[in-house]
Design a protein around this ligand. Structure first.
Ligand SMILES: [Zn+2]
Ligand SMILES: [Zn+2]
Length: 406
């Protein structure tokens, strides 16, 4: 897609313009209309209109593909792209629940949870329903016939400690409206929920932006009433939360916490993307998703950065790369193909250096890159090692991957 055209028209206007061009030219391609023209003019007009249609169809296709987030599955698991924190008009969000569904479908997500605040409904004078399951029900209706899992959920909204927490896979969100905060968490467990601590670094509740575990949190962790923690919430990333997740064996979580429109908050036209939690599940179902979350099989993707435990990050990265050897020279040409949406920043840790690249280079999303490896002697097979600089397994450590060239 031509970035200048997107810049001028904006994405929505551009789609409209493309559809308009296609609709206007379509009738002229009907033979009964065109036959009335002289033979040569007819042939010329058909050719010109076909070229116009083809150009705009390809442009539109490219645009659609670009908005869908793509990651490969890993051995034994499906990679589900999820957002478990978003709001609608049923609390302090600005959109009806069906918009959350349409956004998720546009971005190729596998599961979403609308998590309206249990204790905060500033729009109740205009949106009078007191049923906290209502946004879930409306999203379910909107997603009917679509391959998108909608999870019933709500946000427990308290002062710190414990702050805010999202409870997923609820049977009845209304029952979590409890005077005593511990009772709300107990009710979530009675319903078999997966609960995670939201934005522990939120400066409205923690002015220094440093996530910190209180006695109440220790109690909630030890009783298994909180099983995960948001390391990424919208535009924030907490290294302290990552540290806490490692220390207390909490699942790593990454969400948008969107209140307005995703497309306005993340500049998709400039190659940006919404934050997502990747859940490695045995299949695409609500049960398998819940099991994956409970067992901590997740990775995070935000701002072109991956965060996760080595056991999931390494297979995710290596599954997204394929290598093809070209010929058998001692300056060995290989083609490294990236099948994910990540622009990988790779640092060479191999025994060999490269003829055409420096020790640090970027392998762009969906790019196939030529790497000329100076093996010095002819080798039947060899391996390359890379440190992935925009991926983290702990606050300051990067995963290292090995690529076997045969
Ligand atoms: Zn919150
Ligand atoms: Zn929220």
């Amino acid at each position: 897609m031509n970035p200048i055209l997107i810049g001028i028209f904006g994405r929505g206007t551009f789609s409209f313009f493309i559809s308009f061009i296609q609709e206007v030219t379509k009738p002229f391609l009907q033979p009964q209309i065109m036959k009335k023209l002289p033979h040569k003019l007819y042939a010329l007009s058909v050719a010109a209109l076909l070229v116009i249609n083809l150009f705009f169809s390809v442009s539109l296709k490219g645009q659609e593909n670009h908005t869908k987030i793509e990651f490969p599955d890993i051995p034994g698991f499906r990679t589900l792209k999820c957002d478990f924190h978003m709001h609608s008009v049923f609390s302090d969000g600005s959109v009806w629940p069906d918009i959350r569904v349409q956004e998720a479908l546009r971005h190729g997500l596998d599961a979403i949870a609308i998590t309206d605040h249990l204790e905060y409904q500033p729009k109740q004078e205009d949106v009078s329903s007191k049923d906290m399951n209502r946004s879930y029900q409306l999203a379910r209706q909107a997603a009917q016939g679509e391959d998108l899992l909608i999870i019933n959920a709500a946000e427990i909204t308290r002062s710190m400690p414990p702050g805010h927490a999202n409870a997923l896979f609820l049977e009845d969100a209304n029952k979590l409206k409890q005077e005593n905060v511990m009772e709300a968490f107990m009710e979530a467990r009675r319903q078999g929920a997966f609960v995670f601590w939201n934005h522990p670094d939120w400066t409205s509740q923690k002015p220094d932006g440093v996530a910190e575990v209180s006695d109440m949190h220790l109690e909630l962790f030890s009783q298994g009433l909180i099983q995960g923690i948001e390391i990424v919430n919208g535009g924030t990333y907490s290294e302290e939360a990552l540290q806490i997740a490692g220390e207390y064996n909490l699942s790593f979580i990454c969400n948008s916490d969107v209140h307005g429109l995703i497309d306005w908050e993340y500049d998709l036209a400039r190659g940006k993307h919404r934050p997502v939690t990747l859940v490695f599940a045995k299949e695409k179902s609500e049960e398998a998703l819940k099991e994956g979350l409970m067992e901590g099989r997740t990775a995070l993707w935000f701002e072109n950065t991956l965060v996760g435990k080595e056991e999931f990050l390494n297979p995710l990265i290596t599954s997204s790369l394929t290598v093809e050897r070209q010929g058998r020279s001692i300056v060995q040409s290989i083609l490294l193909k990236n099948q994910s949406d990540v622009n990988y920043i790779l640092e060479n840790q191999s025994d060999y250096n490269f003829h055409n690249l420096a020790a640090v280079f970027t392998l762009e999303a969906h790019e196939t890159k030529l790497i000329q490896v100076k093996t010095i002697t002819p080798l039947p097979s060899f391996s390359l090692q890379f440190k992935v600089l925009n991926a983290f397994t702990a606050p300051r450590s990067h995963p290292e991957i090995t690529i076997l060239v045969k």
